[in-house]
Design a protein around this ligand. Structure first.
Ligand SMILES: Cc1cc2nc3c(=O)[nH]c(=O)nc-3n(C[C@H](O)[C@H](O)[C@H](O)COP(=O)(O)O)c2cc1C
Length: 147
């Protein structure tokens, strides 16, 4: 049984999990951008990992566009995110990223990642700064209404 772990890295959390999983399963490991999807044919078990960005799994299209190659194989997708583990989080991410039919074909796991502002790409830094300002504005202007 051949297993491969494929991941899309951003700030390092998914890569770390991908390395741990590959080591534990004695699996091959590849960064998604460095391989051709044709290699999926060579494996029995396919594990894909990406970080969560606005509930979307980074780069999950790699799996979605190749579902035909995953027939008769075991397919697992994991996502790392900053949210604490809750069934509601797993369910929301599953619903956003997979149809009901796909949820039967693909086993999904949520793994707690983290947040490292210094390692974010400029676009993500801008997004997070805007979100911080928005939250600050909300807390400053509406906190009295909440009390
Ligand atoms: C713009 C942005 C959006 C994010 N959205 C979510 C989210 O919806 N849910 C979550 O749990 N974490 C979210 N995060 C946190 C990342 O998913 C978390 O840091 C993840 O572990 C990153 O893994 P990576 O660096 O391997 O991509 C977000 C981070 C950024 C910068």
């Amino acid at each position: 049984m051949k297993t491969v772990v494929i991941y899309k890295p951003k700030s390092g959390f998914t890569k770390e999990y991908a390395k741990w999983i590959a080591q534990e399963l004695a699996a091959d490991i590849f960064e998604a951008s460095k391989i051709n999807s044709e290699i999926l044919i060579d494996y029995d078990n396919i594990i894909y990992g990406g970080g969560l960005y606005a509930v979307g799994i980074n780069g999950v299209e790699f799996i979605m566009q190749n579902l035909d190659k995953l027939k008769d194989k075991k397919a697992v997708v994991f996502a790392t995110g900053a949210s604490t583990f809750k069934e509601e989080v797993v369910s929301e991410v599953s619903k956003k990223n997979f149809t009901l039919e796909q949820q039967e074909q693909i086993r999904f796991f949520y793994l707690r990642g983290g947040f490292n502002f210094s390692k974010l790409k400029p676009i993500d830094k801008v997004l997070m700064t805007l979100m911080k300002w928005k939250m600050k504005f909300f807390l400053t202007n509406y906190r009295y209404k909440l009390i």
